[in-house]
Design a protein around this ligand. Structure first.
Ligand code: PMP
Ligand code: GLN
Length: 379
């Protein structure tokens, strides 16, 4: 694990803490999720839900996940056999990859890649085959995708909406990924933690909702993103019973179970009305627009994200062509921190200047940040 000793997010948050800079690096909201959710968790603690919950997760939460998938995507999920509650999406990813891959198996991933994917694949002794998505539109190159598959491909690890690119994979892109996976007998593991953070005309298409794909897809999501409680670490996966049961076998020896009192609270939150879900997306769209306009005014080029709460910007017009260097100096230059994008690529040259900013922050914090970033303009 020596290449994975410190995550970029921990490093950048430490830099924000030590310098007092505004943290637009690590993606976490600066306001907590719905009050009813917080109250329900307190009530569960006071009500005595404090001992080991069942291994697959409390029944209410598994049922709520199944209902959510039916309500939003028309998917039929059996809460008994086809859902597993996990310690965040991070554990869902690790447990699935460890369950499905033997040493030497290949996993297709898309660069820029979320850091835990590479680490989980390394833990399994599997080999990553990368398809690069490139600035500014991060479109999928079908030939590069085809070339990444081989007879050893076991898993394709998709993330839509995509962190850090802000890309929402189109139905056509997902159909191509799905058909290549089927052709090669591979399982699609799809990380959809930003499923409700989608803007404008973009539509979140779950891989499991494509014809014929439910049988070979494991879908992952997390309360951390949808309900702005990243510190709770309640996530879940669902898919065909035999795959879920394999992931459950691994999960038993990673965490055994996870936090009991949070689970009934998340179960109730999943059934919040449509206004909660549409409000989440429209608030974030406003914040996206605020940050993108501010970054442009400060002299950055911006790739406007269709989903997630991240935006990638290019500081080259401001005379900075190395994102890693810029992120190290950003607290001193502007009192803000951001994350260099090249660390999410096998080939750092594919994204050398680029930096990622998070916009899941209060409007006043975003206003302050863009004003500070205005200091980067050469005099
Ligand atoms: N996948 C992606 C794409 C993420 O951005 C994150 C966290 N920000 C996770 C997984 C991890 O989610 P959790 O905190 O629920 O483990
Ligand atoms: N997923 C969050 C991000 O992209 C961070 C989570 C973490 O720190 N591991 O910023």
């Amino acid at each position: 694990m020596s290449p994975f000793t410190s995550t970029i997010f921990a490093e950048i948050t430490a830099l924000a803490t030590s310098t007092g800079a505004i943290n637009l690096g690590q993606g976490f909201p600066d306001t907590d999720g719905p009050q009813s959710l917080l109250d329900d968790a307190c009530a569960a603690i006071q009500g005595g839900a404090n001992q080991y919950p069942p291994g697959p997760g409390v029944p209410q939460l598994r049922e709520a996940v199944a209902e959510h998938q039916k309500r939003f995507y028309g998917l039929d999920v059996d809460p008994e056999r086809e859902v597993l509650v996990t310690a965040g999406a991070t554990e869902a990813i690790a447990a699935t990859v460890l369950a499905l891959c033997e040493a030497g198996d290949e996993v297709v991933t898309f660069d820029p890649v979320y850091d835990s994917y590479a680490a989980s694949i390394a833990l399994a002794g599997a080999v990553r085959r990368t398809v690069a998505l490139r600035w500014p539109d991060f479109a999928l190159d079908p030939d590069a995708l085809r070339a990444a598959f081989s007879e050893r491909t076991r898993v394709v690890l998709v993330n839509t909406p995509h962190n850090p690119a802000g890309k929402v994979f189109t139905r056509a892109e997902l159909e191509l990924i799905g058909s290549l996976a089927r052709e090669h007998g591979a399982i699609v593991v799809t990380d959809e933690v930003y499923e409700h953070q989608v803007f404008d005309d973009a539509e979140h298409v779950p891989m499991a909702a494509l014809p014929g794909m439910a049988e070979q897809t494991v879908t992952i999501s997390s309360a951390g993103k949808t309900f702005s409680v990243t510190g709770w670490k309640v996530g879940w996966l669902h898919g065909p019973a035999e795959l879920v049961s394999a992931a459950r076998a691994v999960k038993q020896f990673l965490t055994f179970v996870n936090a009991g009192p949070m689970q009934p609270a998340v179960a109730s939150a999943l059934s919040l009305g449509d206004d909660f879900y549409t409000g989440l997306a429209s608030d974030l769209r406003r914040k996206r627009d605020l940050l993108c306009a501010g970054l442009r005014a400060a002299g950055f080029e911006v790739s406007v994200p269709q989903g997630t709460y991240f935006v990638i910007a290019d500081p080259t017009p401001l005379g900075h062509d190395d994102g890693v260097q810029l992120c190290r100096r950003l607290p001193e230059l502007a009192g803000v921190v951001a994350v260099p994008v090249s660390v999410f690529y096998d080939d750092p040259e594919a994204a050398r200047p680029l930096v990622r900013f998070a916009f899941c922050k209060r409007d006043d914090v975003l206003h302050d940040a863009v004003e500070r970033l205005g200091r980067l303009r050469p005099a």
